[in-house]
Write a protein that binds this ligand. Structure first.
Ligand code: NAP
Length: 476
């Protein structure tokens, strides 16, 4: 089925309007079916110039609006987003192939809630330390908008990523140019349209669509932006940092992940199995916090492998619009080929494919839930981000071993039953480095649930879209 192209996918969104940009025509494909969802014109570096210029022109008005004015507009955007929730769910499902249930219960309501949050945050920008630090001079620090924010987002949670990048900037009074992933531009364009309807002034929120190599590079390396904020893979993040550094831009990178999932010998085995399956399959494993490396106490290892194999076998793979579907397709056939290649190379590096390891013979870029046991520490599937529905498993013999094994970030399993177990665990958890141990909220309810783990981060851990300015003497 080919969905009719609507006005908001003309190409880009610049200066408050849909713009048919000057680049090649591009088709957005539904990865569940291979059908064309929309066709649009991509931007060119010249279009990036236009978008950045429009953000620069709009900046003083938006930065100069009072917090209450910005907050009111963003609250209206939250309300409009809620009104258009069904449209956003449909777009997100058709461009990513994720189960409608996930988009409806997680992506879209989470985005609305986050917009609401930043509407409130707009009124809480604080200044600091007004005092007479030297003689008759009064010093103060005030927060003000940094300027034009260039942002680049990935395809796995397109709407949420756009919200996480754009809304803090808007709340702080910045203007924005965002480049969504070429595969998934639709919900970002809709968000920009709704922002205009909500009263975000023309030029404050711009979207340029296109491939990373040209449009992304042109944006991150643009001399007239002030901040570059990127979410995506670690190798691309390095490139973004390099081009942004040419002009000395402030840079924030949210990069790839490879979260370990540690199962101690006193864990509730059934809960650990359910959690590992849910944590590794969330969003078809295309999640920077997906728990893809299970590191399991030797005593539980065989039962754990048998258990995850059994539960994975019951996961429903198929039509994202079917309410019973747990697992949609991978984002594209190209990405599936990458995942399949890693799985196929695993046996040569000591891994044992226990279940899955192949694509069903149906249209779309589906891949079966896969467990690879006995992986060695230096094997590709254990070491590198797979970004697919693949759980790797290896064992440990004592806690020292478990602590040493995940030399990269950790998502530790937290058993829920019994004070004795919890007491033992809190001592064990304390042995993991707190700076690499993210919050873990894996629950037992199959693939509906979400883990929050750790992903590589760089530069500012806090929102980089305000800056502190010292003034002395003060004219306040
Ligand atoms: P990706 O290939 O790194 O692409 C991310 C974005 O960068 C896309 O918009 C891409 O554009 C663009 N891009 C590609 N090459 C570029 C270049 N040379 N210069 C500027 N921009 C460029 O990542 P992905 O495959 O979309 O997403 C998956 C990755 O994101 C995984 O590694 C995942 O762990 C990570 N991720 C991290 C977080 C986090 O919070 N840490 C959250 C979500 C995802 P095109 O795709 O249009 O070419």
């Amino acid at each position: 089925m080919t969905v009719t192209v609507s006005a908001n996918v003309a190409g880009s969104w610049i200066n408050g309007a849909a713009v048919v940009t000057r680049g090649a025509r591009h088709q957005v494909i539904n990865p569940a079916t291979g059908d064309v969802v929309a066709e649009l014109a991509l931007a060119t570096p010249a279009d990036v110039d236009t978008a950045v210029a429009s953000a620069r022109t709009a900046l003083p008005g938006w930065a100069g609006a009072t917090p209450a004015e910005r907050s009111a507009v963003l609250a209206k955007l939250a309300a409009l987003t809620a009104e258009h929730a069904d449209e956003l769910v449909a777009e997100e499902v058709s461009q990513t192939g994720k189960p409608a249930r996930l988009a409806r219960e997680f992506d879209v309501p989470g985005s609305i809630d986050n917009i609401d949050f930043f509407a409130g945050a707009a009124r809480h920008l604080e200044g600091k330390a007004t005092a007479e630090y030297s003689g008759d001079h009064t010093s103060s620090v005030r927060r003000e908008a940094v300027g034009v924010v260039a942002t680049i987002t990935p395809w796995n949670y397109p709407l949420q990523m756009a919200v996480w990048k754009v809304l803090p900037a808007l709340a702080a009074g910045c203007s924005v140019v965002i480049k969504p992933a070429e595969l998934t531009p639709l919900t970002t364009l809709t968000l920009a349209r709704l922002a205009s309807e909500a009263g975000v002034p023309d030029g404050v929120f711009n979207v340029v669509t296109g491939a990373g190599g040209d449009v992304g590079t042109a944006l991150a390396g643009h001399r007239d932006v002030d901040v570059v904020t990127f979410t995506g893979s670690t190798p691309v993040g390095r490139k973004v940092m390099a081009v942004a550094a040419v002009h000395g831009h402030r840079t924030q990178l949210e990069l790839g992940g490879k979260a370990p999932f540690v199962v101690f010998d006193d864990a509730d085995l059934d809960a650990a199995i359910q959690g590992a399956v849910a944590g590794s399959l969330i969003n078809t494993g295309q999640d920077c916090t997906a728990a893809t490396r299970a590191i399991v106490a030797r005593e539980l290892y065989d039962d754990f492998v048998a258990g995850v194999r059994e539960v994975m076998g019951k996961v429903v793979v198929g039509d994202p619009n079917d309410e019973d579907t747990d697992l949609g397709p991978l984002i594209s056939t190209a990405h599936r080929a990458k995942v399949a290649g890693m799985v196929e190379r695993a046996p040569g590096q000591g891994g044992r494919v226990v279940t899955g390891g192949s694509a069903p013979n149906v249209p779309g870029s589906f891949y079966r839930p896969t467990v690879i046991a006995d992986v060695s520490e230096d094997s590709e599937v254990y070491r590198d981000e797979i970004f697919g529905p693949v759980l790797t498993v290896r064992s440990f013999t004592d806690d020292d071993d478990a602590v040493r094994r995940p030399t990269t970030p950790i998502t530790a399993w937290r058993p829920r039953r019994g004070p004795a177990t919890s007491t033992a665990l809190s001592g064990r958890l304390g042995r993991f480095r707190p700076d690499v141990c993210g919050s873990t909220t894996t629950s037992r309810s199959s693939a509906r649930c979400r883990t929050a783990g750790w992903a590589h981060r760089d530069s500012a851990r806090t929102c980089p879209t305000t800056r502190s300015r010292s003034t002395s003497p003060s004219s306040m």
